[in-house]
Ligand binder design. Structure first.
Ligand code: BES
Ligand code: MN
Ligand code: ZN
Length: 499
C-alpha cells in the first residue's frame, strides 16, 4: 500500500473512492459540503434520511453522484469533534480503508479536515499511514491455499491519497516517515507472529542480514563459539537446554557521516524465540504465547528497518541475544551459579527469569561501543502486565534526561511508556548467599522493578533505560498477534536525537 498526497478538489478528484468526514456535532466537513453542492444535495439527503448521523465508527458509500468525478463517496462518521483524539482518528481511518469497497484500488481521504485534538496535520498524515497499513496487515504466510486462508481478501486499496487543497512538504515527509515506521512495525509483527519452529535464533539472524543488505548496514552474527569467546556465561546458561544454536546479532547503522563509529545509540532486544520457562517450567495454558518472547528483538530489528529508509544522521547499534529457553537433561537448574561477561556471578533461582540472563551479557557487550545511551527492550515480566496492562510500556531509568526523551517520543508516536521506579532500595531483594546476585526477587513483590534492578547491575556508569513491553508487544485471545510496539517510540526517539 502506497500513501501519497494529492492536491485536488473532492468533487473533481480522480480516485475510485473519496472519503469525506461527518462530525456528529459539527456536521459535514468542508469536503462533504463541496460534494453536497456539486451533487445537488446528496450528502444532506443522506443525513436527513438518518443513514448517516456522524456517529463514530459508521460509514456509508454513495455511488455515482451527479457532477462528482469519483464513482464512490464514502461518508465517514467521526463522532463528536470534542472527543476526536488519537484513537478516534485511527479508528476512522481503519473504518474507511475496510469499508470503502473491495473494488477500490485508489482511495483519497480528505483527512486534512479531520483535526485531531492536540495534534498537527503532519502528525495526522503519519498516523493515517500507520492506521491504514495496520487495517490491512495480516500474517498469512503459513496458511495454505488449500485451506483457503492465504490472500483471502484483496490487497485493496493499493493506493491511498491524503487529499488536500494545496501542496505541503511537511505532509510529504510525514507520509514517508509513516511508511518507514509501518514497514518496521510490519517486520516486528511478522517476526513476532511466526512460531518458534520457524522463527529460530538463526532465522532472526537471517532477517538481520537482510535489513543490513537493504539498508547499507553491517551485520555481524556470532555463533556459540563466538559467544563463548566473549565469556557470556549467563547468556549461554539459558540456551543449554535447547537444540537450536544461539546467536548474538549485531547490526550497525552508521548515519552521522563522520569517520569511526562514535557515540552510537545502542538498542538491545530480548530474543527468546520460545520461553517454556526451562526447568522452572511454565503452566501449559497459553504457553504458545511465549513465541512472542522475542518481540523486544523484533522491535529493535523493526526500528533498524525503519531507519534504513529514513537515514537519520545518527549512529545506531542493535544488539540481539537470541536463543530458546527449554528444559532438558543439559538445561540449567534452579541453584546453578553462572559467571556473566561482566565477571559478576549469578545464582539462577528460577530458570524462567531468563530474559535478564541473556540481556545482562548483551548490556555488558554494548559498552564496548562507548554508546551515547543504551536502551533495552524486552518482554521481561508478567508483573509489568499486572502493573500497566496493555496500554503503556514500562520505562525504567535513573537518567532523567533519557527517560524524558523516551516518554516524549512515546507520546509523539502514540506508543506510550509509563515511568516506573528503579530505586536502589529494591536491590535488597536480589541478594544471594552463594553468588554476587540472584536472578529473582521475592515472588509477588515488585517483580518488574527487581527485574530492572537486576539489569541495572550491568549498566553501572552508563546512560541506560529499560523498556518492559510484556503487556504492549502482543495481544492474546481472539485478536492474538504482535502489535509492532514499540517501533514507533524507538524510531521517534532516534529521529528526535538526530535532530
Ligand atoms: N517472558 C516472561 C515474561 C512474560 C510473562 C512476558 C507473561 C509476557 C507475558 C519472562 O521470561 C518470565 O517468565 N518472567 C517471570 C519472572 C519470574 C520467574 C521472576 C515472570 O514474569 O513470571
Ligand atoms: Mn521466562
Ligand atoms: Zn521470557
Amino acid at each position: 500500500m502506497d500513501c501519497t498526497t494529492k492536491t485536488a478538489n473532492p468533487e473533481s478528484c480522480k480516485a475510485d473512492c473519496i472519503a469525506v468526514g461527518i462530525f456528529e456535532d459539527l456536521g459535514p466537513t468542508d469536503s462533504a459540503k463541496r460534494i453536497d453542492e456539486a451533487s445537488g444535495g446528496a450528502v444532506r439527503a443522506a443525513l436527513r434520511s438518518g443513514d448517516m448521523t456522524g456517529k463514530r465508527g459508521t460509514l456509508i458509500v454513495l455511488r455515482s453522484l451527479a457532477k462528482v468525478t469519483s464513482p464512490r463517496i464514502a461518508l465517514v462518521g467521526l463522532g463528536k469533534s470534542t472527543d476526536f483524539g488519537d484513537k478516534a482518528y485511527a479508528e476512522a481511518i481503519a473504518a474507511t480503508v475496510r469499508g470503502c469497497g473491495a473494488g477500490v484500488a485508489t482511495l483519497a481521504i480528505a483527512a486534512s479536515e479531520w483535526a485531531v485534538r492536540d495534534r498537527g496535520l503532519p502528525w495526522a498524515a503519519r498516523a493515517l499511514v500507520l492506521a491504514a497499513r495496520a487495517a490491512r496487515f495480516r500474517t498469512d504466510e503459513l496458511k495454505s491455499r488449500a485451506g483457503n486462508g492465504k490472500g483471502d481478501d484483496a490487497k485493496n486499496p493499493a493506493r491511498i491519497h491524503w487529499l488536500h487543497a494545496k501542496a505541503d512538504r511537511a505532509i510529504d515527509r510525514a507520509l514517508r516517515e509513516g511508511a518507514a515506521i509501518a514497514d518496521g512495525m510490519e517486520l516486528a509483527k511478522r517476526l513476532g507472529n511466526l512460531p518458534g519452529n520457524v522463527c529460530t535464533p538463526d532465522y532472526l539472524a537471517g532477517e538481520a542480514r537482510k535489513i543490513a543488505r537493504q539498508g547499507g548496514m553491517t551485520a555481524q552474527i556470532l555463533d556459540r563459539r563466538g559467544i563463548e569467546r566473549l565469556g557470556m556465561g549467563s547468556f549461554l546458561s539459558v540456551t543449554r537446554g535447547s537444540e537450536q544454536p544461539p546467536r548474538l546479532i549485531v547490526l550497525r547503522y552508521h548515519g552521522d557521516g563522520k569517520p569511526g563509529f562514535a557515540n552510537p545509540i545502542a538498542l538491545v532486544g530480548k530474543g527468546i524465540t520460545f520461553d517454556s520457562g526451562g526447568i522452572s517450567l511454565k503452566p501449559g495454558a497459553a504457553m504458545d504465547e511465549m513465541k512472542f518472547d522475542m518481540c523486544g528483538a523484533a522491535s529493535v530489528l523493526g526500528t533498524m528497518r525503519a531507519i534504513a529508509e529514513l537515514k537519520p544522521k545518527i549512529n545506531v547499534v542493535a544488539i540481539v541475544p537470541a536463543c530458546e529457553n527449554l528444559p532438558s537433561g543439559k538445561a540449567s537448574k534452579p541453584g546453578d551459579i553462572v559467571t556473566s561477561m561482566s565477571g559478576q556471578t549469578i545464582e539462577i533461582l528460577n530458570t524462567d527469569a531468563e530474559g535478564r540472563l541473556i540481556l545482562c551479557d548483551a548490556l555488558t557487550y554494548a559498552q564496548r561501543f562507548k554508546p551515547a545511551a543504551i536502551v533495552d527492550v524486552a518482554t521481561l515480566t508478567g508483573a509489568c502486565v499486572v502493573a500497566l496492562g496493555n496500554i503503556h510500556s514500562g520505562l525504567f531509568s535513573k537518567d532523567e534526561e533519557l527517560a524524558g526523551e523516551l516518554l516524549a517520543a512515546g507520546r509523539e508516536a502514540a506508543d506510550s511508556a509509563w515511568r516506573m521506579p528503579l530505586d536502589d532500595d529494591y536491590q535488597e531483594q536480589l541478594k544471594s548467599n552463594f553468588a554476587d546476585i540472584a536472578n529473582i526477587g521475592q515472588p509477588g513483590n515488585a517483580g518488574s522493578v527487581t527485574a530492572a534492578c537486576f539489569l541495572a547491575r550491568f549498566t553501572k556508569g552508563q546512560r541506560w533505560a529499560h523498556l518492559d513491553i510484556a503487556g504492549t508487544a502482543y495481544r492474546g485471545g481472539a485478536a492474538k498477534g504482535a502489535t509492532g510496539r514499540p517501533v514507533p517510540l524507538l524510531t521517534q526517539f532516534l529521529l528526535a536525537r538526530a535532530g
